[in-house]
Design a protein around this ligand. Structure first.
Ligand SMILES: Nc1ncnc2c1ncn2[C@@H]1O[C@H](COP(=O)(O)OP(=O)(O)OP(=O)(O)O)[C@@H](O)[C@H]1O
Ligand SMILES: [Mg+2]
Length: 110
């Protein structure tokens, strides 16, 4: 179960999230839709501990995301729409980078 209550986040003067509240029950498939800049990525980043909210509460399976980021990291996997790699990386280095992810994934499953 995912529960956000009045979650807000500002980047300087930009209000990325303004009191977002939502509840997603176990087994539900939830689509977060909105125009560009609506705050979708910010909400997902907060849920996956990549950034912290300025205010509000955020729970996954009754675990407080802000207070227990290490527990949430074990629960969540995230694929953002763009993978950003340095343009001058050699093809071989990119392959090694990807291989590291595969090895890490295997280690996590053990
Ligand atoms: N790291 C950041 N620094 C400054 N402003 C940011 C940052 N990240 C997001 N913003 C701003 O916060 C607002 C919400 O951005 P966010 O990326 O969460 O929206 P989004 O709904 O995911 O947009 P899109 O549909 O384009 O992916 C936007 O105005 C964006 O410019
Ligand atoms: Mg986005």
């Amino acid at each position: 179960m995912i529960k956000l209550s009045n979650v807000s986040k500002n980047y300087g003067n930009v209000k990325a999230l303004d009191s977002l509240s939502l509840e997603i029950k176990e087994g539900e498939i939830f689509g977060l839709l909105g125009p560009n800049g609506a705050g979708k990525t910010t909400a997902v980043k907060i849920l996956t501990t990549l950034t912290k909210p300025d205010s509000g509460s955020c729970f996954i399976n009754e675990i407080d995301v802000v207070q227990n980021p290490h527990k949430i990291k074990k629960l969540s996997e995230l694929s953002l729409k763009r993978i950003i790699l340095k343009e001058n990386l050699l093809c071989m280095k990119i392959c090694l980078f990807m291989e590291c992810f595969i090895i890490l994934q295997r280690l996590r499953r053990k």
